[in-house]
Design a binder for this molecule. Structure first.
Ligand code: 16G
Ligand code: ZN
Length: 522
């Protein structure tokens, strides 16, 4: 049975603010940090129950502002394979977070225990994390605190703990194990190649700075990382005029890098918890060029396809790409000419799921979150393959090393950064050559406050509105008037707004189209 007494007792120390309604969305529970106390307590309990449900396997809990301003915080759960929390549990978590009294909380928990058929007599309670400790305590759960670390490292740890000692062992279940796995595979992949010039990393003044520092040491002289915006203890500095979201949204170099970056030099920005990555460079005239998630997908997918071909495995290993509606139309065109491309709804869980359907699934959101998934049969094919030429053998070795370099649990800015560096090294590309794979269509993202964003319902991977009635037809009619025009409207999953995206052949036209579509939305 549920430890009702201790839940009630400790719940009394973590009252739910009465008028607020919490929702477990795309990025977990996300709102002002000052009102999240009761949520963290309850997430502790939900995590413990999730672990119980899954025979005592380890569950992760990440507390982070991610790419948002510091006071805008959040908490999300990580499932045993290092993936996002299963969707059906988002609903349970929401109900539990909104129970108004301790009695209601216990009732909601009882319902969860029954509907999810949780055996409260399962062997023991392993788990992770922090301010949730009272939640764990209420449940008698043991926790391992992973300390201050990046979101993707937490995902890595969760998977490693749960696969320990099995034939699918993901890696040593420590941070040191993570860095060793990344740096060892990176070194294998660039052996014998000319070392790239130093790479500037904007760490968004977040926890990625600590990880990047350790990574820099493990990489030795195979790659030099120059850390910028690494002030993890300065209040208010997190994601402030820096970081992946700043660069992607404002399409500008962080002002703090203005005197650091030399013409021709490449740099990248992480977000606050290091699960997003955006590259950029200044050309010889000092003009800024952004290399976002779409450009990363194009670079990486083309490289992997080439390796598969050289290895002689084209028939057995099919590579595919997953994007969202935000992918630049030019990237979709470039990719579609080379491999299958699927469009899904925004949110990592949708992309990840769709990527699992390919032998090798490449997914990146334009915002810089993404990774590459190798299916288990594909990993087995690579392990058993008997190459017949030295070139084939090298290509297979590279593919195997890529399965180790790439964090397959979730998007990982540092792992993705090394992946990009591998491709640039192999192709002898600078930012400029990479950028010229295709030319981005000018685009514009806008957001509108509306009385009720739930009135906006979409279909076709969020590319079309089904409600409010008639609105899509009016958008279609507007879009037709713009050369290369494309536009869509969707409710945000993380903010109380509706987002409008538009692209067109000319920048002024993309801006105008976005503004006119936004005008229809109000
Ligand atoms: C979250 C998602 C990200 C998505 C963004 C969309 C995760 C880990 N992150 O940050 O994938 O692009 O939300 O936000 O799922 P929106 O719904 O407000 O546009
Ligand atoms: Zn993030």
């Amino acid at each position: 049975a549920l430890p009702v007494e201790s839940i009630k007792l400790l719940s009394g120390q973590h009252h739910k603010p009465s008028i607020i309604r919490f929702q477990y969305g795309t990025a977990g529970f996300r709102t002002t940090a000052s009102i999240l106390d009761s949520v963290l307590f309850r997430v502790g309990i939900v995590a413990a129950l999730r672990s119980k449900k899954l025979d005592g396997r380890t569950i992760g809990v990440m507390v982070t502002a991610s790419h948002n301003p510091e006071p805008d915080n959040g908490v999300k759960l990580v499932d045993p394979r290092g993936e996002m929390l299963e969707a059906s549990w988002e609903v349970h978590a929401t109900t539990i977070a909104n129970a108004s009294t301790a009695d209601d909380l216990v009732d909601a928990l009882e319902v969860l225990v029954q509907t999810a058929k949780i055996d409260l007599h399962a062997p023991f309670w392993p788990s992770l994390v922090a301010a949730l400790e009272d939640g764990f305590k209420a449940m008698g759960a043991t926790a391992r605190n992973a300390g201050v670390t990046t979101t993707p490292i937490l995902h890595y740890l969760v998977r490693s703990i749960n696969t320990k000692g099995t034939k699918y062992s993901y890696g040593e279940d420590t941070e040191a194990g993570y860095f060793a796995k990344l740096s060892t595979s990176y070194k294998k992949l660039v052996t014998g190649k000319a070392v790239q010039p130093p790479l500037v990393i904007d760490c968004a003044n977040g926890v990625g700075a600590l990880a990047a520092k350790t990574l820099n040491e493990s990489l030795g002289n195979t790659l030099e990382l120059v850390l910028e915006n690494a002030s993890t203890t300065t209040p208010g500095a997190l994601n402030n005029a820096c970081g992946a979201d700043f660069v992607k949204v404002s399409q500008k170099i962080p002002p703090s890098l203005a005197n650091v970056l030399q013409p021709g030099q490449r740099a990248c920005s992480l977000d606050g918890d290091a699960d997003r990555l955006i590259y950029y460079y200044l050309d010889d005239r000092g003009a800024f060029h952004m290399l976002d998630g779409d450009k990363i997908a194009a670079l990486v997918a083309a490289f992997i396809i080439e390796l598969v071909k050289v290895a002689g495995l084209e028939e057995k290993i099919k590579v595919g790409v997953v994007q969202t509606a935000y992918a630049n139309g030019a990237s979709t065109k470039y990719l579609q000419e080379r491999l299958p491309v699927k469009c899904v709804s925004t949110g990592v869980k949708h992309l990840h799921h769709a990527a699992e359907r390919y032998n090798v699934g490449v997914y990146f959101e334009a915002n810089g979150h993404g990774t590459v998934l190798f299916s288990q049969p594909t990993v087995d094919i690579l392990a058993e393959y008997q190459p017949s030429t030295p070139a084939q053998s090298r290509a297979v070795e590279h593919l195997v090393s890529l399965t180790e370099l790439i964090n397959q649990t979730v998007g990982d800015a540092l792992s993705d950064m090394l992946l990009v560096e591998v491709v640039l090294t192999h192709k002898s590309y600078r930012g400029e050559e990479w950028d010229s794979l295709y030319v981005d269509l000018p685009n514009r993202l806008a957001k509108c406050s509306v009385p009720d964003r739930n009135a906006f319902k979409t279909e076709d991977a969020e590319r079309r509105l089904v409600s409010p009635p008639g609105l899509q037809a009016r958008i279609d009619e507007l879009v037709l008037r713009y050369q290369g025009g494309r536009s869509f409207v969707r409710p945000s999953g993380t903010e109380d707004v509706v987002r409008v995206y538009a692209e067109a052949s000319l920048k002024s036209q993309a801006d105008e189209l976005a503004m006119r579509v936004a005008g229809l939305v109000y």
